[in-house]
Design a protein around this ligand. Sequence first.
Ligand code: 5GP
Length: 142
Amino acid sequence: MPPYDNQNIFAKILRGEIPCFKIFEDEHTLAFMDIMPRSPGHCLVIPKAEARNLLDCPPEALSRLIVNVQKIALAAKAALEADGITLQQFSESAGGQEVFHLHFHILPRHEGEGLQRHPAPRGDMSVLAAQAEKIRAALVGM
Ligand code: 5GP
């Protein structure tokens, strides 16, 4: 597997070089809206640790991350009034990965509604901002 490349887009978001609609941040984790959402409220949870994907992530970092994945999933489900959540993680190009910093996709789902096909169109910035705000609000007290 190739080494971690710190010029990937999520590393730039972590360094603050590129903006994002932030949902949650702690010492080890960042969560933000996906810019090309495949369902309303589609968001991403990433570790601050350098990991290309699931396959090279140190188990301790992965353990911390998955706890926050659950927390954000619960908040996104509540904020979007969703019926369920689809969780996706792609590792390496053959696995469908395009951005090579480990991330989990959280996709709020409504009964009977499919996912947008990939690549989805760029989301409306004001909608993404409003959804991020709602998910942040749902996180309060969790
Ligand atoms: P992958 O196929 O690697 O699992 O998915 C990468 C995801 O990153 C895609 O869902 C894509 O929409 C999202 N993405 C790509 N570039 C950006 C960006 O600059 N900002 C944000 N917030 N998401 C991005």
